[in-house]
Structure formats: C-alpha cells, structure tokens
Design a protein around this ligand. Structure first.
Ligand SMILES: Cc1cc2nc3c(=O)[nH]c(=O)nc-3n(C[C@H](O)[C@H](O)[C@H](O)COP(=O)(O)OP(=O)(O)OC[C@H]3O[C@@H](n4cnc5c(N)ncnc54)[C@H](O)[C@@H]3O)c2cc1C
Ligand code: SF4
Length: 814
C-alpha cells in the first residue's frame, strides 16, 4: 500500500474544512493523513449564523457544521484552540502554540480574515489594553463577549453599515438596546446596493427600531475606562454603552508573509489555488487572492475548495478556478435581498430596467448590456432571483420582454425555470449546494424535504433559499416531495401521531415520561421531547401523573419566567384584573424588600415583578400571599376583562364576573401551548376577546358569543365564533369542552389559531357543540377532573419539590 501523504490545514473555518470535505469525498482519506490547526476551541461552525446566535434565535450548538465527533469519525486530527505560529518551508513543518509540530507534504492555508479596526482614537485604553465595551463581530467568542456585556445596558452603536454591521445590529436588538448604525458614506451596504436601494433599506431598518446615521466618520470612542459614546468628525457625539466595529475585513496573511510566500491583498494563488512560490502550498477562502481578487462571501469559496480538492487528490489535475462572478442571496435583518455584479451602469450602452415600490420596501433594478445581465439588485421581493442569477452567471441572452425579468408575467413558470436551471447552479449559497447535489440526494433515496436538507445542509444557512430548495426537491421527486413522517409526530422523539400516542399511553397505562420513552421509543430519551410528553401526561392522568422534574423546562421547575439575565419574572394571579389595596400594599412591600428592579403592568391586566433572583422566589411568594398567575408555562395564562355592564354605559353583560369565574375554573391548566382568554361586555371588544385563544363577548338579549382560535401576537387572526349561549355557566361548559378537545388533539406548541385552521371550525363546532362524535360528556368529565386536580405550584414555597429547586446555577450563554 502506498504511504499516505501528510496534509496540514491551517484554519478550521468554513473554507478550509469544506475543502477537506471535498478531499475526503474524492477518496482523500486513503491518500492523506490530515491534521488541522484551528485557533478557535471548537469544531467548524457556520459563521453566517452568528447574528442568529447573537439575537437568540439559535443556540450556539445549532450552528456547528462539523462537531468534534466528525473529525474523529473521519480520521482527521484537529488541534482545536491551537494557533499555527510559523510555516517552515525547508523542513516542511508547521509549528503552533503549546509546542505542537506538524510535518507536511502538502499544506493548505485557510486563515480567513480579521475585522479591520480603523485608526479611531480611544478604541483602546492607555497602555494598549482592550477598552471595555468595544467589540468586533467575527466569531462565537465575540458573540459570547457581546452578550455578557450587553446585559443591563441601554444603547449600542455599530460602526459600519455593510452586511456584517447590519447583522450585528440585528443581533444587538435582542438585548433590548437602542441600536444605532453609524455609516461613513451616503447609503447602506454600498458593496451590494445603489443609493435608492440603500434608502429603502434605511427606511425599513428604522421601522424595525434601528437608528441610522449616514455620512458620519467616527473620530473617537469616548470614555476613560469604558465606552460612553462616540465623537464624529463633525464634532457631534452619540452616547452609547457599547460599540461594535464592523468597518470591513482584512485577510489573515501574516503567517504566509513570514514564510516568504507572495502576498498582496491576500495570499497569491494560481488557478489551482496553489502558491506560485511553492507547489506544495495552497491557499483557499478569504485569505486567498486569485487574479487580483479577494472574496468575502462563501459562494466563491466553495468553488475554490472543489478545484483545490480535484488538484491535490489528482482526481483532475487540470481543474482550474476561473474566478467567481459574485451573486448572492442574503437576508439582512430579515429582509430578502439578492445582488449580483455592478450596481450602477458603467457604459453608455448600459440599459436600466427598474421597479420601485418604497411603501412595500420593494426595489428591483437590472443593468443590461448587449442583451446580457451585468448587474442586479432585488430588495424585498426575490422571487425572480434564481432565474436572474443563472442568467447573470452564464451570461445567457435575456428575453426582449424586459417586464418578464422582474415579474412572473408571461414568464416561464417556476417549474419550467427549475427544469431549465443548469445542473451546476448553486441553490444554497451558504452551504454551496447545487441543483445537481440536491437531485443526486433525492436519487439516493431521500425523498422528503427534511431528509434532503439534513443530508446536504441546503437551506440551513441564512435560510433565504429554503423556498427554492423545496421547489427543486419537489421537482426532483417528480412533482411533490414526500411528507416527512416526523412532521406528524406529537414530539420528535416518539414516532407516533398524537392520537396514536394518547391511545398507547392509555392502553399501557404509562404515567411517566421515562415510561413512555422506555415503552414507545426503544428507551431513547430525547431531551427536546420531554416537556411535550410531560404536558400530555398531566392532561391524561391529572394527579395520577408521575412527575419527573427533569422533564420540565426551567420555567416549570421554578414556576417563574426566566429572563435574559438569568433572573425571573414573578406574576401573581389577579383574576379579572381586579385587585385591592391590601394586595397592592403587599406587592409594594415585596418590591422594596427584595429590591425588585422593575414593576410593570402586563397586557393581561396583571402586575409583573421583573428581576427576582431564583433563590428569592419562595420567600417572595410567601410574602405576596397570592397564588401563581402561571405567566411562564404552556398552560392557561389569564382571562382579561373589560369593565362590562356594571360600569360601562354600553355594557350588555357582566364581563368581570365571568372573567373571575373563568380564572377560577381553568387556572394553571396544562395546554399544548399558552392559552390566553378574555371577556368583553359588548361587541366593542375593548378587552380584545375576539383575538384571544378563547374569548366571550356579550351580545344583545343577554347572550354570549364564544370565539376560538384568535391571535394578536406575531400572528394576527380574528377568532371564529364557536357558538352563542345564554348564561355564564354555559360559557364555562362550552369553553371547557373546547379547551379539553384542544388539549387532546393539538400538537405540542400548536396555538389555537393553528389548531382551529388545521382541524376546521365546522368540525370543531360539530364535535364540541353538536356532539357529533358522542364524546362531549367524556370531554366535560376530563375537564372536571383536571379542575379538581389543580394545586397552586407556589405552595412549593413551603415544601420545595427538590432540595436544589431554587439554587442558582444557571449561566445564560453556554
Ligand atoms: C456575522 C457574519 C455574517 C456573514 N454573513 C454572510 C452571508 O450572509 N453570506 C455569505 O456568503 N457570507 C457571509 N459571511 C462571510 C463568511 O462567513 C465568510 O466568507 C467565510 O466564513 C470565510 O471562510 P474562511 O474559511 O475563509 O474564513 P473563516 O470562516 O473566518 O475561517 C478561518 C479560521 O481560521 C482561523 N485561523 C486564522 N489564523 C489561524 C492560525 N494562524 N492558526 C489557526 N487558526 C487560524 C480563524 O480563527 C478561523 O477560525 C458572514 C460573516 C460573518 C462574520
Ligand atoms: S367592550 Fe363594551 S362593555 Fe366592555 S368596556 Fe368596551 S364598550 Fe364597555
């Protein structure tokens, strides 16, 4: 057997590791012993998703592309957290921190870039130490540092209104900060947008709560021992508590420079991504310079990685990189954007086709020369992006009917467009997945969208391409992808739909979460499935349920809502929004005694004590002498009420008394998702009962209309009328029956608006009101048992459920 060559990679980032994957895919494991130096202490992760981590929508663990196990499984030695310090070309060795030495036959440099820090006064403290409050945004560690510092601060400034600056701004909003973007030129994202698009983007950002300062050159970061503000060249100032500098990137080239390799802006490479100075050494990614060009987006890096892999494995020694035409689809602060080529005409012959609808934030502009696309911007509506990016990439002649380039009027249907897409066209830029790759995956037997996404990672970057991925998968499956069976499971870890699961639990009398895993999931305990199972078991078994505390979310373990700084919010029950001087006095005393930093009236007509320490919770509850308001669980929350007929001159029914009865009956009840209720004394609907999960509205003749499936959060929906009844007791009975039906049939975390739309109001009316399935009496009985089983969880103030129940151990960012 031929001796394996030693291959060393410096830089455990997106381009380098992707190149190693390409090498392995070409049988590289038989040719090379691979060693990687990575100065970050982790496996390779998707840098594009850092803003999702910063804004809290993704956990750091979710963005890893190659977890540490991947390296072991592929026989790759990773020196994680070890910086390569020098390349010794004569002895063919790389030396790094902690005395690590790695000999090589071939070397790949993929060191990426570092944020550029412009020469601004006051960025550092005297003596050169880092000034607290000044950050860059490039790595997971940067995210952690920003997250730690931002807690409790009021405002942040981002210097730089390019793609990365806006991504940072988006992340910072998560901390409740006033976010300012300071940009040196006259419009945002100058590399991808023209002035019109930049103006639209600015308006959209300001609507999202970000303040944009244009034409501002930052002269100084203010503050003697930490950041207090910025001073600009025009001597204006901006107060802020922290600043993120995002003023461009610079390729990391020092190690190559010291090794005597040719370096200009980046490490110079030929068409095989190889150094002209040393045939054993390659460079790839943001640190590489090819034909004078350095790239800062991922799509070109994937192309480079393939060429390098073909060449180094000798799979195709003629493989040649010809440079990339940069076109990309991005999501900037949730706004869809596609951009390609130039943004302004460069020649008298250039023709501009454009459409502008500022009110909707839509802008489309194409620059065409000699019937071919030279550049384009699509902002807000990117439905034509796939077609246009293909035309741009391949320089294909465009149709004479220019309108069809911007809109689907007489243009090919999406199906025809996908058929016409070249096999090699990238569908997912972030993960470099082509149409060909998706089709091959479908042909290999993966026929659901989820399995194809998991196998190829398509659609798992910024997410902008998900629609196109699903269209390509559907097309490759011959019209429609197969339904993912897991989509119908109640929880991912138990392969049963909710009706099947309920039946199995009842038949086998499974009373604990661990028993369900043991009997129905082959003993595999899926942590993500535990809270959903616990909720279902409580619904089915009431007080006979075997409560295993590790199956609960932190909120359910301590009966309070965890806040982003690790403290808790305490909301006592205030039924119907009616309180008393005695209650208010006790609340005030608690606020003083436990130094509660914020007291806030909630939308559900209650009082929220924010910032309570975990260890203080039992004492706070005891001093309040009020029951829990259940503002933390997947459960009945509260019933809001207007003043109703007792005081309001329009009132047709006693909405307060009804709200109090509702609270008394349904308090604390587990439901598949949170359940918000309201009562209104007349159809003027002051308490918004028509847009609650369940609402009751008094109408003429002393009757009450019951509404179900309303929502007024991120999703807005007016509820459907379930029925009209005569008295409070009827409202309680019918509401209870609907809630029980919802508890038994909804998927975990499915709000009533989704449930009502999925099942259909006709069917729900038939079952709940007309008893079409003969289950009404059983539903009423189950509800009665649940009401009887109610116990105020704040009684655990007197008898904790576990010795460590209220011990503080929780870090926020892990
Ligand atoms: C917040 C953010 C959002 C982004 N959004 C997008 C987007 O929407 N679309 C897009 O196309 N691109 C986006 N990018 C850019 C994209 O992430 C980069 O183009 C890509 O990561 C570059 O890959 P790379 O391997 O060249 O560099 P990197 O991913 O930076 O990897 C280089 C690695 O090498 C390590 N390293 C450096 N020197 C040494 C040494 N001497 N020894 C050991 N290790 C070393 C670095 O620490 C790093 O881990 C974004 C980037 C950021 C930061
Ligand atoms: S909903 Fe009707 S009864 Fe209630 S406060 Fe408004 S107007 Fe008055």
């Amino acid at each position: 057997m031929q001796k394996k060559r030693k291959l060393v990679l410096i830089g455990n980032g997106m381009a380098g590791v992707r190149t190693v994957e390409e090498i392995l895919a070409r049988g590289g494991a038989d040719q090379f012993e691979i060693t990687i130096f990575g100065d970050e202490p982790y496996g390779n992760y998707n840098r594009i998703l850092l803003s999702e981590v910063l804004n809290g929508s993704q956990d750091p663990s979710e963005i890893f592309l190659n977890p540490l196990a991947w390296y072991r499984e592929n026989g790759v030695q990773l020196h994680a957290g070890v910086r390569a310090r020098a390349i010794h070309r004569h002895s063919r060795q790389v030396t790094g921190d902690h005395g690590v030495v790695a000999p090589y036959d071939n070397l790949i440099i993929a060191t990426g870039s570092s944020p550029y820090i412009p020469p601004i006064q006051g960025v550092r403290l005297e003596g050169g130490r880092e000034k607290p409050g000044v950050f860059v945004f490039r790595s997971l560690d940067d995210c952690h540092k920003i997250a730690q510092y931002a807690r409790g601060k009021r405002s942040a400034a981002v210097i730089g209104g390019g793609l990365l600056g806006l991504e940072a701004a988006r992340g910072l909003q998560n901390f409740g900060l006033d976010v300012h973007v300071v940009h040196i030129s006259g419009h945002l994202m100058g590399q991808q947008l023209d002035a019109t698009a930049g103006g639209i983007l600015r308006t959209t950002l300001e609507q999202l709560g970000v303040t944009v300062h244009l034409n501002k050159s930052t002269k100084e970061v203010l503050g003697d021992d930490r950041v207090t503000g910025l001073r600009f060249a025009d001597d204006e100032t901006l107060a802020c508590d922290l600043v993120v500098i995002s003023a461009g990137i610079r390729p990391n080239v020092e190690i190559a420079l010291r090794a005597g390799l040719t370096v200009e802006r980046g490490i110079v490479v030929d068409n095989h991504m190889r150094s002209p100075d040393d045939p054993r050494v390659y460079a790839v990614g943001e640190c590489a310079q090819h034909r004078g060009q350095v790239y800062g987006l991922v799509a070109p890096l994937w192309e480079q990685g393939k060429v390098l892999a073909d060449h180094i494995t000798k799979r195709n020694e003629k493989a040649s990189y010809a440079g990339s035409k940069v076109s990309t689809k991005l999501k900037v602060m949730g706004i869809q954007l596609a951009s390609m080529g130039i943004t302004e005409p460069a020649d008298d012959r250039d023709e501009i086709v454009q459409f502008l609808e500022p009110k909707k934030g839509t802008y489309k502009k194409l620059i065409i020369r000699d019937g071919r696309l030279l550049g384009g911007i699509l902002l807000g509506d990117v439905s034509k992006a796939a077609y246009l990016m293909q035309a741009f990439d391949k320089s294909t002649p465009l149709p004479e009917e220019r309108l069809s380039l911007l809109f689907d009027i007489g243009a090919p249907s999406p199906q025809a467009t996908i058929e016409e897409m070249p096999q090699g066209m990238q569908v997912c830029n972030c993960n470099g997945v082509t149409k060909e790759g998706l089709v091959a995956c479908v042909r290999s037997g993966k026929r659901t969208l989820r399995t194809v996404m998991d196998a190829t990672r398509a659609g798992m970057g910024c997410g902008a391409c998900k629609q196109l991925v699903s269209e390509v998968v559907a097309w490759a499956c011959g019209g429609a992808a197969e339904q993912d069976p897991a989509a119908s499971y109640y929880v991912p870890g138990v392969p049963l739909s909710k009706p099947e699961l309920v039946q199995a639990i009842r038949e086998r009398r499974l009373r604990s979460v661990s028993a369900v895993f043991r009997e129905l999931a082959g003993g595999n305990e899926d942590p993500g499935s535990k809270p959903g199972l616990a909720s279902l078991l409580r619904t089915l078994w009431h007080h006979e349920y075997d409560d295993e505390r590790d199956a609960r979310f932190i909120n359910d373990r301590v009966h309070a809502n965890i806040q982003k700084d690790g403290t808790f919010s305490v909301i006592p029950q205030i039924a119907g929004g009616i309180t008393s001087a005695a209650q208010l006095r006790r609340i005030a005393d608690v606020v003083d005694k436990y130094r509660v930093p914020l007291v806030k009236l909630t939308g559900g007509q209650r009082i929220d004590l924010l910032g309570v320490k975990k260890e203080d919770l039992p004492a706070v509850w005891r001093d309040l002498e009020m029951p829990s308001g259940f503002a933390y669980g997947k459960s009945y929350r509260t019933c809001k009420s207007c003043v109703g007929s007792d005081f309001c001159r329009y009132g047709l029914g006693d909405s307060i008394a009804l709200a109090v009865k509702i609270e008394d009956r349904f308090q604390g009840m587990d439901t598949p998702a949170k359940l918000k209720l309201a009562t209104a004394g007349c159809p003027r609907n002051c308490s918004e009962a028509m847009v609650k999960d369940v609402g009751a509205v008094a109408v003429e003749g002393g009757k009450w209309e019951i509404y179900v499936g309303g929502a007024a959060g991120a999703h807005v929906r007016k509820g459907d009328v379930l029925c009209t009844v005569d008295a409070h007791e009827d409202v309680l009975r019918l509401m209870g029956r609907f809630i029980q039906y919802y508890r038994e049939n909804a998927r975990y975390l499915e709000r009533t608006y989704g449930f009502v739309e999925r099942v259909g109001i006709q069917k729900i009316r038939a079952v709940v009101v007309d008893d079409s399935e003969g289950i009404a009496a059983r539903l009423d009985e189950e509800m009665r048992k649940t009401v009887e089983a109610y116990r105020d969880p704040w009684r655990e103030a007197y008898a904790p459920a576990t010795p460590n129940q209220f011990r503080s151990v929780l870090p926020i960012v892990q």
